[in-house]
Design a protein around this ligand. Structure first.
Ligand SMILES: [Zn+2]
Length: 332
């Protein structure tokens, strides 16, 4: 049997674990919250299909296991050397222009999330236009996922897991462990009504820029939080099937969450806001089709939505057991 050095084994395991974006909790929460910001006609359609939408909000991450072309759609390493000193100025915004400048192979190597968003926005718009219920739900769920990923700072860098700054494991710490530990204390309400985006491509680039601007803090807070910790208290090691797994401890995750203040919460809300805006824009661009013949709605459904929104406004979704991502917690 070939024996691998211990360090290699740790590396392999951590990379495998760092693949998922926002974590299941984040994606499902973002999908549910986005619906509350939609205008009534669109809202009830998505609300009636919320089980599908929430369940499938993580489908693109699940797909990564079988489809080698999937991973690159979830991120953009905008700080890769090839994109120059000021990548947001030098990167052409459209796919066609970016391909001309950097080649398709290069773009796929460093990630394509802004263009995947635009591809799906077009698919969703066409699905609304043709009033194809299954397609609307399918593309809206996928679009929501990639939009949410673009709001994660570590999805905009080559140092996606802190592996280049000796902070390996940071990815799942920021987007999974921290929100899972603290979501009970999050504010999940925001007074946002979905707005029409005249230029969705510009909006996705603004969000990527914002995510990237947060990166320095995501890394620096890990260093600040490390004060007072030793290697033994900061990390836990476990062994499974002969492989050593190294992860941050719960104590360290708590200390890191304190340093981050409410930035993860804010990014979560910003994600759901953008998702609502993109869904709404696709519907408007399709001519605001009447979806009532695609989906039956009863008075009971309307009452259920109304009371759920009241709980949302009072930030009591979790307290009242209405946050779907929390309900499924024991199953994951
Ligand atoms: Zn993802």
């Amino acid at each position: 049997m070939i024996k691998f050095p211990l360090l290699f084994k740790i590396t392999v395991i951590t990379i495998t674990l760092a693949c998922c974006s926002w974590g299941f909790l984040g994606h499902k929460t973002i999908s549910q919250l986005a619906v509350y910001s939609l205008p009534k006609k669109l809202q009830i359609f998505f609300f009636k299909n919320s089980d599908y939408m929430i369940y499938n909000s993580v489908r693109p991450d699940v797909r990564r296991k079988d489809d080698p072309k999937e991973a690159t759609k979830h991120f953009i390493d905008i700080d890769a050397k090839v994109f120059g000193e000021n990548p947001f100025d030098s990167m052409p915004k459209t796919w066609e222009d970016a391909v001309k400048k950097y080649s398709e192979d290069t773009l796929r190597k460093y990630g394509t999330v802004p263009w995947e968003v635009m591809r799906l926005q077009e698919k969703l718009t066409n699905s609304f236009r043709n009033k194809l219920k299954d397609s609307i739900l399918y593309y809206a769920a996928d679009l929501g996922h990639y939009l949410a990923d673009a709001h994660v700072p570590l999805h905009t860098t080559e140092n996606y897991d802190g592996q280049l700054s000796n902070q390996r494991g940071l990815h799942s710490l920021w987007e999974s462990t921290v929100p899972e530990m603290h979501i009970e204390g999050y504010n999940l309400y925001q007074n946002h009504k979905a707005k029409y985006l005249k230029d969705p491509l510009a909006v996705i680039w603004v969000e990527i820029r914002k995510s990237n601007a947060m990166l320095a803090r995501v890394l620096a807070d890990e260093i600040k939080a490390s004060e007072g910790f030793t290697d033994a208290t900061k990390f836990k090691r476990s062994e499974r099937f002969g492989q050593v797994r190294k992860n941050y401890t719960g104590e360290f995750a708590k200390a890191y969450a304190i340093k981050l203040e409410n930035t993860v919460n804010e990014r979560l809300l910003e994600s759901s806001k953008t998702v609502a805006d993109f869904w709404y824009t696709a519907w408007v661009d399709a001519g605001c089709p009447d979806l009532s013949d695609l989906q039956s709605v009863t008075d009971e459904d309307k009452d259920k939505l109304k009371s759920e929104k009241e709980s949302w406004k009072a930030n009591e979704l979790i307290k009242k057991g209405l946050l779907q991502s929390r309900k499924g917690k024991s199953e994951e």
